[in-house]
Unconditional design. Structure first.
Length: 78
């Protein structure tokens, strides 16, 4: 899957309500660990960067870098 496809899939998940819109969070950046991305659903391989987002120390989401950027920049249409 291309970076653009990953980003679009992430935005689509937000639009459908399957993933919450961006909110205040803490971000941790590390190497991927083979777990799926909460944005696009694809595996984040150890050779890729994983962005883990923690909201109020209770909810965690894991993203590819491009999926995190798509999530972070999402704005609901006005």
């Amino acid at each position: 899957m291309s970076s653009a496809q990953r980003a679009e899939k992430t935005v689509d998940r937000i639009r459908r309500g399957a993933l919450p819109a961006p909110t205040a969070h803490t971000q941790l950046v590390a190497d991927g660990d083979g777990q799926p991305c909460d944005g696009c659903g694809e595996t984040i391989r150890p050779s890729e960067t994983a962005c883990t987002v923690s909201v109020e120390r209770a909810l965690d989401w894991r993203f590819h870098e491009v999926c995190y950027d798509a999530w972070l920049s999402f704005r609901h249409p006005t």
